[in-house]
Design a protein around this ligand. Structure first.
Ligand code: PMP
Length: 448
């Protein structure tokens, strides 16, 4: 059978299930650095970083070579019988120095799987130590933890949850997000805001029965549901204290905000607290292979070791050798090329340029984020912070205008439960240059 030439292929057989838009997408055929190349040759500046995964940009020669080398050596070996060199080396890279007490890694294929594993680990931990009554998970509204049923139940995105609500476990409940622009009252300062959020969380523990709560789960910097929302100072310390007081675990979902995106490998390093369980994905493999991981603290590992001896969970592709080899090389490049320095420097420049361009814009209410994880929030009225009518789909229209100008912005955009307005989110690769940062803001400016 003859191969169909690429030029003749229409993206029809994936269209309905892969895309929410009814427009036929262009075909991506290549990439280099921060640029994606379309069929026909047009180049698009990828300020979306893929899905905030492509931290090294596209077709990085070292990662391509690492994948090729591993594919020539070993592609698959069942994890019931074998471990592999790349899996062990990657675990060593991530938890070899036990950051924050996290001492073991469990590799899966993406963010949702990592969150599922984190939730089940928390539950299994309490079963192992005989606290079987601990089954509640407290999460936050306007959060995103993934699309599988457990992760979706943890998430607080009303729009995503709605069609599947009957399938979502009632073990999950939700408290207010630490979203100062939307939730902090005019008559309270930052400390007062944090105290109110802490009181609400404490009250939720009391409502459920503090000894029935297994874990609290949160994104250190909220990504796609709210647009790069950082927590106010002291918030995560207050959360950690409440979990500790009641013997519950803290799970941090760093799928989007982790692995360097905010300027430190883990976003929690900037909060002064460490989680008991952490989910990572996206930047872990840089988009070169599907991979996620759960990083787990000594206390949980020890309980499983002393108890049943194994995590009762598994996937066919866990610790896939090629995925682990790619992720290991991604992490080595980030370290050896000192790319977190560039995340901080270019993140600062991006913020500066966004403020320069949009700081006085009557429809930009907030410019926020950390590192190369930034968003602008669009408002109908700066003074009242009223959002635009969601029916306008302003963020989608801006993204479309930007794309027409050769700029890809992350496809997210608030209005999830009517509490936040539209936003445009930027998550460019860590290798972005000053000139490319300026071009991102120029093109976004034209689009807005
Ligand atoms: N958690 C967070 C914070 C995320 O941003 C995402 C993906 N956007 C996920 C979990 C789910 O990851 P995945 O899409 O790889 O399943």
């Amino acid at each position: 059978m003859m191969d169909t030439p690429i030029a003749a292929m229409q993206p029809r057989r994936t269209l309905v299930l892969h895309r929410s838009s009814r427009l036929a997408p262009p075909m991506a055929v290549g990439g280099h650095g921060v640029w994606l190349v379309e069929q026909g040759g047009r180049e698009v500046l990828d300020a979306s970083g893929g899905a905030a995964v492509s931290c090294l940009g596209h077709q990085h020669p070292r990662i391509v070579a690492a994948i090729q080398a591993q594919a020539g050596k070993l592609c698959y070996a069942h994890t019931s019988f074998f471990t592999s060199e790349p899996a062990e080396a990657l675990a060593d890279e991530l938890v070899g120095d036990a950051p924050g007490g996290l001492c073991q890694a469990y590799f899966v294929s993406g963010g949702s799987e990592a969150v599922e594993a984190a939730l089940k680990l928390a539950r299994q931990y309490f079963v192992e130590i005989g606290q079987t009554q601990r089954s509640h998970i407290v999460a936050r509204r306007q959060s995103y933890h993934g699309n599988t049923l457990g992760a979706l139940a943890a998430g607080g995105n009303a729009w995503r949850r709605a069609p599947y609500a009957p399938l979502l476990s009632p073990a999950f409940s939700h408290v207010s997000p630490a979203f100062a622009y939307r939730e902090q009252r005019a008559d309270e300062d930052e400390a007062g805001f944090v105290a109110r959020l802490a009181a609400e969380l404490e009250a939720e523990f009391q409502r459920l029965g503090p000894d029935t709560v297994a874990a609290f789960i949160a994104e250190p910097v909220v990504g796609a549901t709210a647009g790069c929302v950082t927590a106010p100072a002291g918030y995560f310390q207050a959360v950690r204290a409440i979990c500790d007081r009641h013997g519950a675990l803290l799970i941090l979902d760093e799928v989007m905000s982790g692995m360097g995106r905010t300027g430190t490998r883990h976003a929690w390093e900037q909060e002064g607290v460490a989680p008991n369980i952490q989910a990572v994905a996206k930047g872990l493999g840089g988009g070169y292979q599907p991979i996620g991981a759960v990083l787990v603290s000594e206390r949980i590992v020890a309980a499983i070791e002393a108890g049943s001896g194994a995590f009762q969970h598994g996937h066919t592709y866990l610790a896939h050798p090629i995925a682990c080899a790619a992720a290991l090389e991604v992490q080595r490049v980030i370290r050896e090329d000192r790319l977190l320095d560039n995340v901080i420097a270019m993140g600062g420049r991006l913020e500066e340029k966004l403020v320069e361009r949009f700081g006085n814009h009557r429809h930009v209410g907030d410019i926020r984020g950390r590192g190369l994880f930034r968003a602008i929030e669009l408002v109908a009225d700066r003074a009242t912070r009223d959002p635009f009518d969601p029916a306008l789909q302003l963020n989608a229209r801006i993204r479309k205008e930007a794309f027409a100008r050769g700029l890809a912005c992350y496809p997210s955009g608030g209005t999830a439960d009517g509490r936040c307005g539209d936003h445009v989110l930027l998550a460019p690769p860590y290798i972005v240059s000053p000139a490319e940062v300026d071009l991102i803001v120029d093109r976004l400016g034209e689009a807005v």
